[in-house]
Structures are given as C-alpha cells and as structure tokens.
Write a protein that binds this ligand. Structure first.
Ligand code: CP
Ligand code: NVA
Length: 302
C-alpha cells in the first residue's frame, strides 16, 4: 500500500485486512506502540475539520510518532506564492506521510505525481475514504460482518456517499441503496464525470424512497445537506425535505437498524434529533473508530 486516496484503489482483500486488523488491534487495547518512532506526519487542511484532525493527530502520537498540523492559510500555497509541487517536495523533506483535506480532489491527484512520501486523503470534494472505512468498521462491530446487509443512504450524494459507492463496488457483501433527489444525482454524476470515475451505479440510486428496500434496511446513513464548498440553495434544501431521516422513517426499517452519520450534523435538517441522539444511533462509535482505522492505515503505509 503506497497511498490511501480512494477505496477504489484497493482490493476487497486489502480492505477486509485493514478492517479486521483495526478491530483486532482495538480489542487488544493497544494504546501505545512505537512503530512510528522518529517519524513525522503532516496534516494539511484547506477546510475545517474536528474529527479528522483529532483522530490522525492522536493516531500518529499513539504509534510513537509526531505530527505537524498546517491549515491552508498557514502556508504560501494558499496565497499562490508557491506551487503545489514545491510545497509537496518540501513536505516530503520534513515528513514520512501527509494527510490532506482539500477543496479539489485534483490537488491530491497532482500531489501523488510529486510526493516521495505516502499521501492520505482526509476528505476532498469527491471522496472521504477514511470516513467510509470507519463506517464499515462500526457496522462489522455492530452486525458481526457485512454479509447480506442492506445499507441505505438518504439525502445528497456527498463525498462520503461516493466512498460508500466505491466500497459497494468491491463486493464486500452488502447491498447499497441511495435515496436522493434528481438534482443531487445529476450534480453527483457531473462530478464523477469530471474526475473520469467509471463506476457502476445500476440499481443503486433511487429518486423516491422505496418502502420495500427501507423495510429491509440494516443501516440508515445520511450526511449534511450543506457540504463544505458545495453549492446549496433554497430549492435544493426543499427537495431534500423528503429524504430527511425521521423517527417515522427509522420505524419503517428493521427493528435493529442503526443510524450512522459522519458528523458534523445539523439536527432538525438532515436528521431528527430523536434519531441521531436515540438508542439506535451509532454516531459516537463511528466517530471514535476514526482513530482505530486510521492507526491501521498508518501502520500499513508508513
Ligand atoms: N467526519 C469528519 O471527517 O469530521 P471532521 O470534518 O470534523 O473532520
Ligand atoms: N460531506 C461533508 C462531510 C464532512 C465530514 C462535507 O464535505 O462537508
């Protein structure tokens, strides 16, 4: 494993190996290892972050290494005074790996061309693979495996949803159904075309909620309706109304169906408070698994 940019870059075996080792190491309660002793990780954020920042920073420290956090405005790249290439060559001199949260996924792809150290995608406008891995881990812990599970997504087809679509394409055992308005689907399709992503979407995206699929749902997920840097207007918000995760929607799913959300969440918009803070919500398990899966990604890469 050289970089961790997108789920599509890995085989099902590689994904399962990461997930299984992350769960095993979590259960062994390895809070301190020295495998990254003498190694430094740069965390570079062009957009805000709470969980990704905290969990990667702690991950590298628990593995015995150090970290330097840089916000976009801290460095010359953002003011156009230095090229991406010179920035990344400098990062490579001072680190053994770089986590990047970027406005444009192309920045990560261009970085791969010049970096001599592993690059990890900490969220882009296209994808959020670390989040999806933490979600997969949470579901395996909850349900025992991914086999025959019905995973459903409601609302805009965001970067997080894209990583779920990629994970689904790896035949990991689960079925994925996405319920989203036409406009959101079209925005998504034009984005993946721009990045020349070739992915089979047959029978995945639905523009209306299908009660039969909902009644078999093991997992219900959503994301903010206002992703960072994405266009949102009143009409789009209005169209999303039908896709809000409400208590009555959860009641139509299986009794043990769990709710998941990458966070940050807007209670009352994409999800009702009674769902996100209710007994079937696994948002905190998912958020805390960011640490465990990312430690595993660092173990594999650096
Ligand atoms: N889910 C997630 O990536 O959270 P942050 O934006 O807080 O990092
Ligand atoms: N889709 C959200 C995810 C935040 C973790 C965003 O890009 O803002």
């Amino acid at each position: 494993m050289k970089n961790f940019v997108d789920i599509k870059d890995f085989t099902a075996e590689e994904i399962n190996a990461l997930l299984n080792s992350a769960i095993e190491n979590k259960n062994q309660n390895l809070s301190s290892e020295e495998i990254l002793s003498g190694k430094n990780l740069i965390l570079f954020f062009e957009k805000n972050s709470t969980r990704t920042r905290l969990s990667f920073d702690l991950s590298v420290k628990q593995l015995g290494g150090s970290s330097i956090i840089l916000n976009g405005s801290d460095i010359h790249l953002s003011s156009g005074k230095e090229s991406l290439s010179d920035t990344i060559k400098t990062f490579s001199l001072y680190s053994h790996g770089v986590v990047m949260r970027v406005n444009n996924h192309q920045t990560i792809l261009d970085t791969l061309e010049v970096s001599s150290v592993p690059i990890i995608n900490g969220l882009s406008n296209l994808s959020h693979p670390c989040q999806c891995m933490a979600g997969l881990m949470t579901i395996i812990e909850e349900k025992g495996s991914l086999e025959n599970l019905n995973i459903t997504w409601f609302g805009p087809i965001t970067n997080v949803a894209h990583s779920w679509i990629e994970a689904h394409s790896k035949n990991l055992g689960f079925k994925l159904s996405i319920f989203s308005p036409d406009r959101s689907r079209d925005l998504y399709l034009s984005k993946i075309n721009k990045f020349k992503e070739n992915i089979n979407l047959e029978n995945i995206i639905h523009n209306q909620i299908d009660d039969k699929i909902l009644s078999a749902a093991d997992v219900i997920m959503t994301d903010t309706w206002q992703s960072m840097g994405e266009e949102t207007n009143k009409n789009m918000i209005k169209e999303l109304d039908d896709f809000r995760v409400t208590k009555s929607l959860m009641d139509k799913a299986k009794k043990d169906c769990v709710f998941m959300h990458c966070l940050p969440a807007n209670r009352g918009q994409e999800v009702e408070e009674s769902v996100i803070d209710g007994g079937n919500s696994r948002i905190w398990e998912e958020a805390s698994n960011r640490l465990h899966i990312q430690k595993q990604i660092l173990r594999a890469l650096i």
